[in-house]
Design a protein around this ligand. Sequence first.
Ligand code: COA
Length: 356
Amino acid sequence: MKRSKIAGMGFYVPERVVKNEELTRLMDTSDEWIRERTGIEERRYGRKHEETTSTMAAIATRIACERAGIEPEEIDFIVFATLSPDYYFPGCGVLVQRELGITHREAGALDIRNQCSGFVYGLSIADQFVRTGMYKNVLVVGSEMHSMGLDFSTRGRNVTVIFGDGAGAAIVQPSEDPERGILTTRLHSDGTYAEKLSFINPGCHGGYHRNRLDEPVDYGYPPADTYGEIFITPKMLQDGLYYPYMDGQFVFKLAVQKFPEVILEALQDAGLQPSDINLLVPHQANLRISQFVQKRLGLRDDQVWNNIQRYGNTTAASIPIALCEAWEAGKVREGDLVCLAAFGSGFTWASALIRW
Ligand code: COA
């Protein structure tokens, strides 16, 4: 079976730079707090009502197609990863397809909801399809428009300061060289602590899951025997229960455990060592997490790519943006061993090893 490879990449971040200082005018926070705890100095926000998750994805995809030497029309399958879709449904896969003018009926689109590990999961899906010969040009795209769904009051500061907007895309094709391409992908999940990093409204849960794990939360639902249950209640709006929630310390502790674990697992699978890695591109969750992982694996600064300082955490887009940026900077050369690793809400975590 042929290996698959990343034939071209592209990324897009909105023009508007939002420095930490700007956030201090909206909520009780400081540049110093954000830098010290997360490493973030600035992030990008899309142009409201003009740019969306799928339009940013289309820009990144066009660049990736050009670099892969194909027209968007030649894409035969789309894997779209996001937690901030344009619509509740349909998913962004078909929206980016329309945006790119892919009209032939052979194309398929799949939306995946794996948050920060979405891109690596998507890459693994593309790898399976390409290796089995089912598809020749698979688009894997991660894109997020976080700025439309964050709480910009002090109540939401622990989450809001971290996230930024952007998109990254990769075209996955069969590799002609049996030694080069995606060597392995490792995917994991554990739903035990699903709500520790979550965005649960709107949804049909009616409080069910949260009430099993935590103190019951009053969402203001009408009585259970009422038909026409509503997703968003007036109480949710009043209490701001339609924003993302994160237990930061809990997430941090699990992330620093799972990142090294899943990287070492992939290396073992391929019969390689941490020292064989030319470039580790971790999901940009927090600079402190990446530094911890780097130290744990004994990697030098030049073996790890970090750009969270400039873009914040762009969730499903963070790995393709970082990988593409590293490639553009000449940090990914032919024959290099590149390791991708992610951890995020779910919890889900994943890694991929690529011989470039
Ligand atoms: N500005 C100023 N103060 C803030 C703040 C902000 N933006 N956000 C939280 N605080 C305050 C808290 O209210 C708390 O105050 P208190 O001590 O008076 O109660 C204090 O800072 C410490 O909060 P805590 O949540 O314990 O801070 P932390 O050191 O854990 O850092 C995170 C918070 C979110 C930066 C950190 O937990 C983290 O990065 N976690 C992982 C997040 C992550 O990776 N998420 C994405 C996963 S893919």
